[in-house]
Ligand binder design. Structure first.
Ligand code: PEP
Length: 241
């Protein structure tokens, strides 16, 4: 199964900063062949980054999309436009969109369906909040997110990537221990009828990447904060087991 190291730049890096970041990253990881490296810049930086990563080892993705292909959806972005810019991947259901922007599960389901239809590979994020973990509801929450998100498309889960991102570990510096993450990955896998690539996300950094990637259950990582510095992200890309 392929190993994926993905960097979610969130609402950071203007077009000029994005060009510099990806140029430096490419210099650092340009020779890495045995893992898939994906960056997710802001929409406004996508064409700039696309120009630099074209035909390189770095793949391009978008942080979100709408489920309709076009129409009266002011402020939204069509997955077709993203494909035209060179995106191969799209993040669906990041916890910041679920919890801050209140995106409901049925929207995520529609987005996942459209991404499948138009040929974008989704990174579908699931994960529990601190309260949910502390009250022993991690598995219940993840089961619900998977059931509702994958409704009608569960048989196509092998064409997507799942990211387990415990909300309490995102941008907080708190990381799930590799063992904790592996346990939830195993649970997610047990809920799916087809093999899927499952990434871990939540305060991944150079100090913990090697231990995380030692776990058989973990096929890669989705990195936020630590993907904004080329040296730091390159070190994560070059993890050793
Ligand atoms: C993320 O944004 O998906 C993420 C995991 O962020 P961070 O690495 O900063 O916790």
């Amino acid at each position: 199964m392929e190993t994926i190291i993905a960097g979610n730049w969130k609402m950071n890096m203007d077009p000029g900063e994005s060009r510099t970041l990806v140029q430096e990253l490419l210099q650092a990881v340009g020779a890495v062949k045995d893992r898939t490296i994906i960056v997710f810049p802001a929409f406004t930086s996508l064409p700039h980054v696309a120009e630099i990563v074209h035909n390189s080892v770095i793949k391009l993705g978008a942080q979100n999309m709408h489920w309709e292909r076009s129409g009266a959806f002011t402020g939204e972005v069509s997955g077709l436009f993203l494909k035209q810019l060179g995106c191969e991947y799209v993040i669906i259901g990041h916890s910041e969109r679920r919890h801050v922007l209140k995106e409901p599960d049925d929207w995520l389901n529609r987005k996942l369906k459209t991404a499948l239809d138009i040929g974008l590979i989704s990174i579908f994020c699931v994960g529990e909040t601190q309260d949910e973990r502390e009250s022993g509801r991690t598995e219940e929450v993840i089961t619900r997110q998977l059931d509702l998100g994958l409704k009608g498309i569960e048989s196509e889960v092998h064409k997507m990537i799942i990211a387990y991102e415990p909300v309490w570990a995102i941008g907080t510096g708190k990381t799930a221990t590799p063992d904790m993450a592996a346990q939830v990955h195993g649970f997610i896998r047990s809920q799916l009828t087809k093999p899927a690539t499952i990434l871990y996300g939540g305060s991944v950094k150079p100090e913990n990447i090697d231990a995380i990637m030692k776990e058989e259950e973990i096929q890669g990582v989705l990195v936020g904060g630590a993907s904004l510095k080329p040296d730091t992200f390159a070190r994560i890309v070059k993890f050793t087991k």
